[in-house]
Every structure is written in C-alpha cells, then in structure tokens.
Design a protein around this ligand. Structure first.
Ligand SMILES: Cc1cc2nc3c(=O)[nH]c(=O)nc-3n(C[C@H](O)[C@H](O)[C@H](O)COP(=O)(O)OP(=O)(O)OC[C@H]3O[C@@H](n4cnc5c(N)ncnc54)[C@H](O)[C@@H]3O)c2cc1C
Length: 640
C-alpha cells in the first residue's frame, strides 16, 4: 500500500476522505462509580489490557486517559514478530501486515576509511532469522496500533471506549478490605471543556497504572524507576523527504566519525521515513528541553551524518526530542516482597510505568504490550472466579524478570551503538553487526523465557517436544485442518479469549482404538478428575476454559473423521452444533511436518499446555493424566 504521497494524513489510509479517516473515540458523560478494573492510560499497555478485558462482558472495565482524544501521530513504531503474533490473537494482524512497512534486512553504514567525513555501506544482514516466527518485523505508527485495539474494544461484547480528558490525581487502598471489595478509591480530574477541574471518584477492585514513564500510579504505591542517571537524548522526526541516500527504504544503522549515529526507519506508505538522530548525552538530572533543540537542528545534524548524501526535507509529520535511560522498578504491584505470602495485589503497573528503554532496540512499545497481555488473562481469570487470586502475584514475578533481562540487553546495545568518542573512528561496525545478529531474538520479542513457577512447569518431559520450550511462547507451525483440508497455522487457533489450549500431538499408534490419545480424550471428557470437568461449568461449552486440539502424524486423507473421539468433535452452542476445527495434520504437501519442525517425539507423542497469553506452560506424556490435572489444580478453582 502506498499513501502519504501528498502529505501525512493520520488515520486509516484505506478511507479516501481525510476527515472520515479518524473514527471518533471516547465515552461521553461521567465515569462509572464502581468498576472491577480501572486502567489508567491509553498507551499501548493500557489499550492491550483494555482490549483483552473487553472480551468479557461480565467484567466491568473502565479506561481513562488524560489526553483529549486518541493518538494521531508519533511515538514508537517498531512492531516485533512476537507482537504481530499477539495481534493475530486479537484479530488485527492482517490489517497491520497490509498497512505496515516490513523490515526484512538491516543495513549498516560506517565512516569511509579514506574520507572519514563520508559514510559508506559496511554490511547487510537478514533482519529476522529464518523460521523464528511466521510473522515479520514491521513498522507502523503507534497511533495505528492504538486504532487496532480501539476497534477490538468497540466491537467487543463489553463495547469498551476510553474516557478521555481524565487525569488520575491519586488513589487510596482500603487496608482492611476483603478480596471481593472495591478496595481502591481513585480520584480523577476532568480536563474537558465545560468540566475543567471537576473531580470524579471511582472505586475499583483492581487499578492498573499504564500511565507511562512518569506514572502517578507508580508513585502512589511508593515505587520508583531506578537505573541510569545519565540520559541519552535522541531527536526523532517522521519526514517526507527527497534524498539520494540509496538505502532510505531499509532500516539502517549509520555511524559517522564525528557526528554520532542515525537510525533510519522506513515507514508505512512507502514515502514516510523516520530518522533517529543521536544527540549529546545529558548531564545527570538535565532535561533535553533545556537545550532548546529545533527540527532545523535535527535536519542539520542528519545532513552532516549522511554526508556525502543529500537530504531535502519537504514535510515533518511529527518530531520530538526523546530522552530515555534504561530504568526499572523493583516490583510491578503494590505488595512489598516480604508480604507476598500474606497480602494480595490490588494495584499493578505496566509498560513504561515500570521500565524504560532506549529507542534503539525498539523495545518500549513491544514489551509494554506483552506486560499487559500477561496481566489481562490473569485478572480476567480471577475476576471470573476461575483462578484463585494468588495467581496475580505471578504478574510482577514474571514480567519484572523479563524487563530486567531486556534492559540489560538494551543497555549493552545502546553502549555498543554509542558513537565516536573523539577518535574519529565511530563504533566498531563489525562488532555492531555481529551483536545485532546474535541478539535478533531479543529484538524479535521471542527471547522471553519464564522460569519454573505455578504456571510454568519444570522441563521433566521437555524431550517429548524440544521445539516447544516450556516458558517460551508457543512457536506456531503450518498444519492442515482435518475436516476441510484448509492449510492454517496451528498457533492461530489461539485467540485472546482467556482460554488455555491443550495441544495433543498423536503418537505412532494413534488414532487406533485404545491408543494413548484416545484414552486421554476419554479421561478429559469423562473422568471426575479431568481438568476440563473440574474447571468448566456444566452449562458452558466444553472448550470454554480449556480448548483441546489434536495433531495427527498422518496426512489428512489417511484419517477418518467420523471415527474420531467425541471430545475432538464437540457439540456446542444453543443448537449443539459440531465444532469441526479441533483436528489437524502435518502440511505434508508443502513440506511442513510440524512433528519434525518442533522436535515432537513421533513414537510417544505428547501434550503441550499453552497459557492464554500463548506461552508454553507444560509438556507432558499423553498418559500423564494425573500430572495434567495437578498442574491446573495448582492455580485454578473448581467450577461452581
Ligand atoms: C513523547 C514520546 C515519544 C516517544 N517516542 C518514541 C520513539 O520515537 N520510539 C520509541 O521506540 N518509543 C518512543 N516512545 C516510547 C513509547 O511510546 C513507549 O515505550 C510506549 O508507548 C510505552 O507504552 P505505555 O502504554 O507503557 O506508555 P505511554 O505510551 O507512555 O502511555 C501512557 C499514557 O498514560 C497517559 N497518562 C499519563 N499520566 C496520566 C494520568 N495521571 N492520568 C491519566 N492518563 C495519564 C499518557 O497521556 C499516555 O497516553 C515515546 C514516548 C513518548 C511519551
């Protein structure tokens, strides 16, 4: 898709009328007085959480934002492969794939050894290693990412819309409240015309501060961001420009001899380009605003770095000076570490409120959304009576550890990219390129690995499916649906609907009578010890809590669907219609055998338990019925 040719226009590029491109957003009137979850901030973290919770009409969610309306331009733009996988679960990956700019290769430029004032191309690497994800690394304006979530929220059963022009002032947690009480009282100030200064009060069971790096929610629970005191400052501008720099439609890391670096990010629509221009390091406590940097300063510096190439900027769609250090909060909820055994969390923080990154590795927006995806299903599970509330402790435990790892990576990467220190050489281009390749999994968002816990089993049976590493995200692979021979991606059956997935990979003897997979299906549908029976209400669809899918080794033509266990052809809904989308086979015609691709034991088969946020929780033998039940009993409640 090409757009923005005659100037930057915010909103949906498929709508011809620029006025109609930006759909209205926001709830009129006062905020509700009492809710289950109050989300503060409509950035990527807040909107991911709101979109997740909007899937549940029985949860009362409210999201507030101090800005007067939706974001239209600027801020982050890198969307990692892992984030695209999550967008698929939310249902808007296809639109992003179509509209975004794809990053398939990254270029490296360095000072010319003979003429150090000039830059020359020093390398080219594939951006994402083969087979890492079925999704590409793409670039799209953060505002359009927000639009994707706002659409999901609007179309959901909860019909959620943000309340704009509301600034959180403070919050108070009632100390002696019971679990089911609306124990957090929040004061909001209205900022909209005609209501300025009016104070609204909401009582919530849970409050989630997705309110950015200067989070008021974080301060109100007594936490602070700790880390670098010396900030790095960057100028960033989205421009429509004419240049003879040949790699302008690639992502490029340019290190000059004397003027620092630039990161070129080609943008959606084919014409727009983002330039990150490195500015001087700031002194401790200094703010970049005090240096009065103008867009002309950024353009002048960009021209010096791009020398001998020209840069004629025709329009600046958005620009900012952006100062950021690598900072982290010690815990992402209101419970002090020493009280975890005796107290339940009521207030959480997510995204930039708990960790900030340099823009160089493109982490900020991506990690923030993954925080919220981690928290969303847990809150829903507790509020809907499926899980005990101590599950909520796992949010901070899991995400704080991940953030720490990512910040260490970001710091190393930022230091490596830090340019010439007066020696006219610039950073070592070969070293930079090598680091970039080695750490591709971090930037792709697939390096996250949760440690063993209540939700993440130890790897006792990992050898049965080496490619589905416990604690990492479920790595999708192509399969063919048994009922209609449609080629699909197995991971795409997992929607952001709060359900667990149980993938049954058939062993050599399946699906013969009495085979391990058949016996397991009988256990799951009949036994009182079955986690499905135990955790699903009798009146609900059989797959509404744990969604079972089976993958056989044979080609789809070699299997008789009518002989398959009833659990894999469940009767659902008000008419008891049959769900035909539970069984799959390897996509042998295209040469994709999921068993080989993911190292699944062909002889024994296995079960792979996947959390609602798409992380592998357990790998078990097909006959480990008790162990499977025990795993779910560890954090789920018996259905009433
Ligand atoms: C101006 C700016 C420029 C940026 N530029 C880049 C960039 O070029 N590249 C890059 O990779 N990343 C950039 N980032 C960072 C990136 O946008 C963040 O990492 C990402 O948005 C984090 O998402 P979040 O939801 O945690 O927080 P944010 O996106 O910061 O969202 C927080 C939201 O909370 C709202 N809020 C704050 N306080 C209150 C309150 N008291 N009451 C109600 N609402 C409140 C804010 O208005 C905001 O909408 C930029 C961030 C900012 C703020």
């Amino acid at each position: 898709m090409q757009f923005h040719l005659n100037g930057f226009e915010p909103g949906d590029p498929e709508i011809a009328d620029p006025v109609a491109r930006v759909l209205p957003s926001g709830m009129p009137g006062p905020v509700p007085q009492e809710v289950d979850v109050l989300i503060v901030g409509c950035g990527p973290a807040g909107l991911t959480l709101a979109a997740q919770l909007s899937a549940f009409a029985d949860i009362r969610t409210c999201i507030v934002e101090q800005k007067p309306s939706r974001l239209l331009r600027g801020q982050a733009d890198g969307v990692a492969c892992r984030t695209m996988e999550m967008f698929e679960a939310f249902g808007f990956a296809e639109r992003v794939l179509k509209e975004s700019c794809w990053i398939t290769e990254t270029m490296f430029w360095k000072p010319d050894e003979n003429k150090p004032d000039n830059i020359v191309r020093s390398g080219r690497v594939q951006d994402v290693e083969d087979g890492l994800s079925e999704m590409p690394h793409v670039i799209l304006n953060q505002a359009r990412v927000h639009d994707g979530y706002l659409d999901v929220m609007r179309k959901s059963s909860a019909k959620l819309e943000p309340y704009y022009s509301r600034r959180l002032l403070d919050l108070e947690i009632a100390p002696a409240a019971r679990f089911e009480d609306h124990a957090v009282t929040v004061r909001l100030e209205r900022l909209d015309a005609g209501h300025e200064g009016e104070i609204e009060t909401i009582k919530a069971r849970y409050v989630v501060g997705c309110d950015g790096a200067r989070s008021t929610v974080r301060k109100s629970i007594g936490r602070e961001l700790r880390g670098d005191s010396a900030n790095h400052a960057w100028g960033v501008m989205d421009v429509l420009a004419v240049t003879d720099f040949p790699d302008i439609r690639y992502k490029v890391l340019i290190q000059s001899a004397r003027d620092g670096s630039i990161i070129v990010i080609p943008r959606e629509g084919g014409y727009l380009v983002r330039l990150y221009v490195e500015l001087a390091n700031l002194d401790a406590g200094e703010r970049i605003a005090s240096r009065n940097i103008t867009p002309d300063d950024l353009i002048a510096k960009a021209r010096r770095i791009l020398n001998p190439h020209t840069l004629d900027v025709k329009e600046i769609a958005w620009w900012s000076v952006y100062e950021i250090g690598q900072r982290l909060t010690d815990k992402f909820d209101d419970v002090p570490a020493e009280e975890v055994e005796t107290r339940l969390p009521r207030v959480f923080i997510a995204g930039d409120a708990c960790h900030t990154h340099s823009p160089k590795a493109g982490q900020g927006m991506n990690v923030s959304m993954q925080d919220a995806f981690n928290l969303g299903w847990k809150l829903a599970s507790v509020l809907r009576g499926r899980s005990a509330p101590h599950l909520l402790h796992s949010y901070s435990a899991e995400r704080q550890a991940v953030a720490k790892e990512l910040i260490d990576f970001d710091r190393e990467w930022a230091e490596l990219l830090a340019s010439a220190k007066g020696d006219n050489k610039g950073a070592d281009a070969a070293q930079t390129q090598d680091y970039f390749v080695r750490h591709g999994r971090y930037t792709a968002g697939t390096a996250t690995h949760y440690r063993p816990s209540l939700l993440t089993a130890k790897g006792d049976h990992q050898h049965l499916a080496k490619g589905f590493a416990i604690g990492t995200r479920f790595h999708s692979a192509p399969v063919v649906r048994l009922s209609d021979a449609k080629p699909v991606h197995l991971g795409h059956v997992a929607k952001a609907d709060g359900r667990f997935r149980l993938y049954l990979f058939a062993g050599a003897g399946d699906p013969a009578d009495g085979s391990p997979l058949r016996t397991l299906c009988d256990f799951l549908s009949e036994s009182p010890k079955s986690p499905i029976k135990r955790h699903t209400q009798a009146s609900a669809d059989i797959d509404s809590v744990i969604d079972v899918r089976a993958v056989f080794q044979q080609a789809h033509t070699a299997l008789a669907i009518e002989t398959m266990p009833p659990l894999l052809l469940p009767r659902k809904g008000r008419y008891g219609l049959i769900d035909y989308e539970k069984m799959f086979c390897p996509d042998l015609r295209s040469g994709h055998d999921i068993f080989a691709m993911r190292g699944v034991d062909r002889n024994k088969g296995c079960m792979v338990v996947v959390r609602p946020d798409q992380y592998v929780a357990h790998v078990l033998p097909l006959d480990a019925h008790e162990e499977l039940a025990g795993f779910f009993n560890g954090f789920m409640l018996r259905a009433e």
